[in-house]
Design a protein around this ligand. Structure first.
Ligand SMILES: NC(=O)c1ccc[n+]([C@@H]2O[C@H](COP(=O)([O-])OP(=O)(O)OC[C@H]3O[C@@H](n4cnc5c(N)ncnc54)[C@H](OP(=O)(O)O)[C@@H]3O)[C@@H](O)[C@H]2O)c1
Length: 286
Protein backbone atom coordinates (compact mmCIF):
# COMPACT_ATOMS: atom_id res chain seq x y z
CA UNK A 1 0.00 0.00 0.00
CA UNK A 2 1.22 3.50 -0.80
CA UNK A 3 2.10 5.18 2.53
CA UNK A 4 0.30 8.43 3.28
CA UNK A 5 2.87 9.75 5.74
CA UNK A 6 6.14 11.34 4.62
CA UNK A 7 9.02 11.94 7.03
CA UNK A 8 11.65 14.56 6.18
CA UNK A 9 14.70 15.32 8.32
CA UNK A 10 15.71 11.67 8.64
CA UNK A 11 18.32 10.47 9.39
CA UNK A 12 18.63 13.63 11.51
CA UNK A 13 18.04 13.85 15.28
CA UNK A 14 14.26 14.12 15.37
CA UNK A 15 13.43 12.50 12.01
CA UNK A 16 15.25 9.28 12.93
CA UNK A 17 13.33 9.05 16.23
CA UNK A 18 10.04 9.62 14.38
CA UNK A 19 11.00 6.74 12.07
CA UNK A 20 11.73 4.53 15.10
CA UNK A 21 8.34 5.24 16.68
CA UNK A 22 6.44 4.68 13.41
CA UNK A 23 8.26 1.38 12.89
CA UNK A 24 7.54 0.26 16.44
CA UNK A 25 3.86 0.99 15.89
CA UNK A 26 3.83 -0.69 12.43
CA UNK A 27 2.52 2.46 10.75
CA UNK A 28 3.40 2.68 7.04
CA UNK A 29 5.45 5.72 5.99
CA UNK A 30 7.95 6.99 3.43
CA UNK A 31 11.23 8.73 4.21
CA UNK A 32 12.55 11.53 2.01
CA UNK A 33 16.34 11.75 2.21
CA UNK A 34 19.06 13.51 0.24
CA UNK A 35 21.31 10.51 0.30
CA UNK A 36 19.16 7.37 0.14
CA UNK A 37 22.16 5.05 0.54
CA UNK A 38 23.29 6.75 3.76
CA UNK A 39 19.68 6.86 5.02
CA UNK A 40 19.28 3.13 4.37
CA UNK A 41 22.50 2.37 6.26
CA UNK A 42 21.36 4.39 9.25
CA UNK A 43 17.64 3.60 9.30
CA UNK A 44 17.54 0.06 7.96
CA UNK A 45 16.60 -1.74 4.76
CA UNK A 46 12.94 -2.41 5.35
CA UNK A 47 11.84 1.22 4.95
CA UNK A 48 10.58 3.02 1.85
CA UNK A 49 13.21 5.67 1.21
CA UNK A 50 12.95 8.04 -1.76
CA UNK A 51 15.39 10.75 -2.77
CA UNK A 52 14.33 14.20 -1.62
CA UNK A 53 16.26 17.45 -1.68
CA UNK A 54 14.59 20.75 -0.80
CA UNK A 55 16.98 22.34 -3.30
CA UNK A 56 16.14 19.98 -6.18
CA UNK A 57 12.57 20.40 -7.52
CA UNK A 58 13.08 17.33 -9.71
CA UNK A 59 12.74 15.21 -6.56
CA UNK A 60 9.32 16.65 -5.62
CA UNK A 61 6.99 14.56 -7.80
CA UNK A 62 8.20 11.14 -6.66
CA UNK A 63 8.44 12.15 -3.01
CA UNK A 64 5.01 13.74 -2.59
CA UNK A 65 3.03 11.30 -4.77
CA UNK A 66 0.13 9.87 -2.72
CA UNK A 67 1.21 11.65 0.49
CA UNK A 68 -1.44 13.18 2.74
CA UNK A 69 0.51 13.95 5.92
CA UNK A 70 3.95 15.53 6.03
CA UNK A 71 6.45 15.72 8.90
CA UNK A 72 8.49 18.77 7.97
CA UNK A 73 11.97 19.52 9.32
CA UNK A 74 13.79 22.63 8.17
CA UNK A 75 17.42 21.60 7.68
CA UNK A 76 19.55 23.88 9.88
CA UNK A 77 21.70 24.93 6.91
CA UNK A 78 18.75 26.32 4.92
CA UNK A 79 17.97 29.83 6.20
CA UNK A 80 16.46 31.45 3.09
CA UNK A 81 12.87 30.26 3.46
CA UNK A 82 11.45 31.81 0.32
CA UNK A 83 14.18 30.39 -1.89
CA UNK A 84 15.01 27.07 -0.20
CA UNK A 85 11.92 25.81 1.66
CA UNK A 86 8.84 27.40 0.08
CA UNK A 87 9.03 25.57 -3.29
CA UNK A 88 8.82 22.14 -1.59
CA UNK A 89 5.93 23.19 0.68
CA UNK A 90 4.03 24.61 -2.29
CA UNK A 91 4.64 21.45 -4.35
CA UNK A 92 3.54 19.23 -1.44
CA UNK A 93 0.24 21.07 -1.05
CA UNK A 94 -0.33 21.16 -4.80
CA UNK A 95 0.18 17.39 -4.92
CA UNK A 96 -2.40 16.71 -2.21
CA UNK A 97 -0.74 17.02 1.21
CA UNK A 98 -3.54 17.86 3.67
CA UNK A 99 -1.63 18.20 6.95
CA UNK A 100 1.84 19.47 7.84
CA UNK A 101 3.39 18.63 11.21
CA UNK A 102 6.20 21.16 11.42
CA UNK A 103 9.17 20.99 13.78
CA UNK A 104 9.29 24.60 14.94
CA UNK A 105 10.89 26.53 17.76
CA UNK A 106 9.79 27.59 21.25
CA UNK A 107 8.94 31.33 21.26
CA UNK A 108 8.71 31.49 17.46
CA UNK A 109 5.53 33.53 17.65
CA UNK A 110 7.51 36.41 19.21
CA UNK A 111 10.58 36.08 17.01
CA UNK A 112 10.12 37.02 13.37
CA UNK A 113 13.85 36.74 12.57
CA UNK A 114 14.11 32.93 12.69
CA UNK A 115 13.23 30.93 9.52
CA UNK A 116 10.63 28.91 11.48
CA UNK A 117 8.49 32.02 11.91
CA UNK A 118 8.30 32.52 8.14
CA UNK A 119 7.57 28.82 7.58
CA UNK A 120 4.71 28.87 10.11
CA UNK A 121 3.29 31.98 8.43
CA UNK A 122 3.51 30.29 5.04
CA UNK A 123 1.72 27.18 6.32
CA UNK A 124 -1.00 29.28 7.99
CA UNK A 125 -1.55 31.29 4.79
CA UNK A 126 -1.81 28.12 2.68
CA UNK A 127 -4.91 26.83 4.49
CA UNK A 128 -3.44 23.32 4.92
CA UNK A 129 -4.08 21.62 8.30
CA UNK A 130 -1.15 21.90 10.66
CA UNK A 131 0.42 20.98 13.95
CA UNK A 132 3.31 23.17 15.04
CA UNK A 133 5.78 21.49 17.40
CA UNK A 134 7.48 24.51 18.96
CA UNK A 135 10.32 22.72 20.66
CA UNK A 136 12.67 23.95 23.34
CA UNK A 137 16.43 23.23 23.05
CA UNK A 138 17.08 19.54 22.52
CA UNK A 139 18.85 17.60 25.27
CA UNK A 140 20.46 15.72 22.38
CA UNK A 141 22.39 18.87 21.34
CA UNK A 142 24.67 17.81 24.18
CA UNK A 143 25.09 14.31 22.75
CA UNK A 144 25.59 15.49 19.14
CA UNK A 145 26.79 19.07 18.49
CA UNK A 146 28.43 19.43 21.92
CA UNK A 147 29.51 15.80 22.31
CA UNK A 148 33.15 16.12 21.15
CA UNK A 149 33.73 19.21 23.31
CA UNK A 150 32.35 17.43 26.38
CA UNK A 151 34.15 14.15 25.68
CA UNK A 152 37.55 15.51 24.58
CA UNK A 153 37.84 18.84 26.46
CA UNK A 154 35.59 18.17 29.44
CA UNK A 155 33.72 21.41 28.88
CA UNK A 156 30.58 23.04 27.55
CA UNK A 157 31.21 26.40 25.86
CA UNK A 158 27.87 28.07 25.11
CA UNK A 159 27.27 31.82 25.62
CA UNK A 160 24.20 31.78 27.85
CA UNK A 161 25.47 32.88 31.28
CA UNK A 162 23.32 31.66 34.15
CA UNK A 163 20.11 31.54 32.10
CA UNK A 164 17.93 28.47 32.32
CA UNK A 165 16.74 26.22 29.48
CA UNK A 166 13.70 23.91 29.59
CA UNK A 167 15.50 21.18 27.59
CA UNK A 168 13.40 18.57 25.82
CA UNK A 169 14.36 15.04 24.81
CA UNK A 170 13.90 14.50 21.04
CA UNK A 171 12.27 11.16 21.86
CA UNK A 172 9.38 13.15 23.35
CA UNK A 173 9.16 15.38 20.26
CA UNK A 174 9.04 12.27 18.06
CA UNK A 175 6.31 10.69 20.17
CA UNK A 176 4.19 13.86 19.92
CA UNK A 177 4.89 14.08 16.17
CA UNK A 178 3.70 10.53 15.60
CA UNK A 179 0.56 11.21 17.63
CA UNK A 180 -0.11 14.30 15.46
CA UNK A 181 0.49 12.30 12.27
CA UNK A 182 -1.85 9.48 13.24
CA UNK A 183 -4.90 11.08 14.90
CA UNK A 184 -7.49 12.97 12.82
CA UNK A 185 -6.08 16.21 11.42
CA UNK A 186 -9.22 18.37 11.31
CA UNK A 187 -8.13 20.19 14.44
CA UNK A 188 -4.98 22.34 14.15
CA UNK A 189 -2.55 22.64 17.06
CA UNK A 190 0.32 24.82 18.22
CA UNK A 191 2.21 22.89 20.91
CA UNK A 192 5.15 24.27 22.87
CA UNK A 193 7.21 21.23 23.78
CA UNK A 194 9.54 21.50 26.76
CA UNK A 195 10.97 19.25 29.40
CA UNK A 196 9.58 19.29 32.93
CA UNK A 197 12.39 21.36 34.47
CA UNK A 198 14.54 24.31 33.43
CA UNK A 199 18.28 24.02 34.09
CA UNK A 200 21.24 26.35 33.66
CA UNK A 201 24.46 25.03 32.13
CA UNK A 202 26.21 24.96 35.51
CA UNK A 203 23.54 22.47 36.63
CA UNK A 204 23.83 20.59 33.31
CA UNK A 205 27.61 20.24 33.70
CA UNK A 206 27.17 19.09 37.33
CA UNK A 207 24.70 16.41 36.20
CA UNK A 208 27.02 15.23 33.41
CA UNK A 209 29.98 15.21 35.84
CA UNK A 210 28.02 13.01 38.17
CA UNK A 211 26.93 10.55 35.44
CA UNK A 212 30.46 10.39 33.97
CA UNK A 213 32.33 10.42 37.31
CA UNK A 214 34.68 13.16 36.03
CA UNK A 215 34.51 16.94 35.93
CA UNK A 216 32.68 18.65 33.07
CA UNK A 217 33.08 22.44 33.26
CA UNK A 218 30.73 25.10 31.94
CA UNK A 219 33.05 27.82 30.58
CA UNK A 220 30.38 30.49 30.01
CA UNK A 221 32.09 32.29 27.07
CA UNK A 222 31.02 35.66 25.65
CA UNK A 223 28.93 35.59 22.49
CA UNK A 224 31.89 37.04 20.54
CA UNK A 225 34.20 34.27 21.69
CA UNK A 226 31.53 31.71 20.79
CA UNK A 227 31.13 33.22 17.28
CA UNK A 228 34.87 33.26 16.75
CA UNK A 229 35.26 29.62 17.84
CA UNK A 230 32.39 28.45 15.62
CA UNK A 231 33.72 30.23 12.54
CA UNK A 232 37.28 29.08 13.25
CA UNK A 233 36.03 25.47 13.35
CA UNK A 234 34.61 25.88 9.83
CA UNK A 235 30.90 26.47 10.50
CA UNK A 236 29.10 28.64 7.96
CA UNK A 237 28.41 32.29 8.82
CA UNK A 238 24.59 32.14 8.25
CA UNK A 239 24.21 29.05 10.46
CA UNK A 240 26.52 30.50 13.13
CA UNK A 241 24.57 33.77 13.29
CA UNK A 242 21.22 31.97 13.70
CA UNK A 243 22.67 29.77 16.48
CA UNK A 244 24.29 32.78 18.21
CA UNK A 245 20.99 34.68 18.02
CA UNK A 246 19.15 31.74 19.62
CA UNK A 247 21.68 31.48 22.46
CA UNK A 248 21.48 35.25 22.98
CA UNK A 249 17.71 34.91 23.42
CA UNK A 250 18.35 32.10 25.90
CA UNK A 251 20.80 34.35 27.77
CA UNK A 252 18.00 36.92 28.04
CA UNK A 253 15.75 34.33 29.72
CA UNK A 254 13.62 33.34 26.72
CA UNK A 255 14.20 29.55 26.93
CA UNK A 256 13.17 28.90 30.51
CA UNK A 257 9.39 28.59 30.11
CA UNK A 258 8.04 25.15 31.03
CA UNK A 259 4.84 23.83 29.47
CA UNK A 260 2.89 20.63 29.99
CA UNK A 261 2.00 19.99 26.34
CA UNK A 262 4.08 16.77 26.19
CA UNK A 263 2.14 15.31 29.10
CA UNK A 264 -1.19 16.57 27.75
CA UNK A 265 -0.61 14.86 24.40
CA UNK A 266 1.13 11.69 25.58
CA UNK A 267 -0.54 11.16 28.95
CA UNK A 268 2.87 10.72 30.65
CA UNK A 269 5.48 13.19 31.93
CA UNK A 270 8.28 14.43 29.68
CA UNK A 271 11.60 12.54 29.90
CA UNK A 272 13.85 14.01 32.62
CA UNK A 273 17.36 15.36 32.04
CA UNK A 274 18.73 12.75 34.44
CA UNK A 275 17.28 9.93 32.37
CA UNK A 276 18.61 11.48 29.14
CA UNK A 277 22.10 11.75 30.67
CA UNK A 278 22.04 8.08 31.72
CA UNK A 279 20.72 6.88 28.35
CA UNK A 280 23.31 8.85 26.32
CA UNK A 281 26.37 8.58 28.61
CA UNK A 282 28.20 6.52 25.94
CA UNK A 283 28.32 9.69 23.75
CA UNK A 284 30.70 11.38 26.19
CA UNK A 285 32.86 8.41 27.06
CA UNK A 286 36.24 8.01 25.37
N1 LIG B 1 18.61 21.75 18.14
C1 LIG B 1 17.67 22.30 18.88
O1 LIG B 1 17.82 22.48 20.08
C2 LIG B 1 16.39 22.72 18.23
C3 LIG B 1 15.32 23.16 19.01
C4 LIG B 1 14.11 23.49 18.40
C5 LIG B 1 14.00 23.40 17.03
N2 LIG B 1 15.07 22.99 16.28
C6 LIG B 1 14.94 22.90 14.83
O2 LIG B 1 14.94 21.54 14.45
C7 LIG B 1 15.45 21.44 13.11
C8 LIG B 1 16.61 20.46 13.08
O3 LIG B 1 16.17 19.20 13.49
P1 LIG B 1 17.22 18.04 13.71
O4 LIG B 1 18.20 18.42 14.77
O5 LIG B 1 16.46 16.78 13.81
O6 LIG B 1 17.99 18.10 12.33
P2 LIG B 1 19.38 17.44 11.91
O7 LIG B 1 19.75 16.35 12.85
O8 LIG B 1 20.36 18.54 11.64
O9 LIG B 1 18.95 16.77 10.54
C9 LIG B 1 18.59 17.52 9.44
C10 LIG B 1 18.18 16.56 8.37
O10 LIG B 1 17.84 17.33 7.22
C11 LIG B 1 18.45 16.72 6.11
N3 LIG B 1 18.75 17.70 5.07
C12 LIG B 1 19.75 18.60 5.07
N4 LIG B 1 19.71 19.32 3.94
C13 LIG B 1 18.66 18.86 3.23
C14 LIG B 1 18.11 19.17 1.96
N5 LIG B 1 18.64 20.14 1.19
N6 LIG B 1 17.04 18.48 1.52
C15 LIG B 1 16.50 17.48 2.27
N7 LIG B 1 16.97 17.13 3.49
C16 LIG B 1 18.05 17.81 3.95
C17 LIG B 1 19.71 16.11 6.63
O11 LIG B 1 20.10 15.13 5.73
P3 LIG B 1 21.60 14.61 5.64
O12 LIG B 1 21.62 13.53 6.68
O13 LIG B 1 21.70 14.13 4.23
O14 LIG B 1 22.49 15.76 5.94
C18 LIG B 1 19.28 15.58 7.98
O15 LIG B 1 18.74 14.30 7.89
C19 LIG B 1 15.93 22.83 12.70
O16 LIG B 1 14.95 23.49 11.96
C20 LIG B 1 16.12 23.47 14.06
O17 LIG B 1 16.10 24.87 14.01
C21 LIG B 1 16.25 22.63 16.85
Amino acid sequence: MNPQILITGAPGNVGSEVVRVLQAESIPFRVGARDTHKARQLLGDNIEITRFDFLDPETYIAIFAGIERLFLVRPPALSNVQRDIAPAIQAAIKMGVKQIVFLSLQGVEKNSIVPHHKIEQMILASGVHYTFLRASFFMQNLSSTQAAEIRDEGEIALPVGKAKTSFIDVRDIAAVAVRALTVGYDEDHKYTLTGKEALDYFQVSDKLSSVLSRTIRYTNPSVFHFLWKQLASGRKLGYTLVVAALYTLTRLGNAKEITHDVETVLGRPAISFDRFAQDYRHCWQA
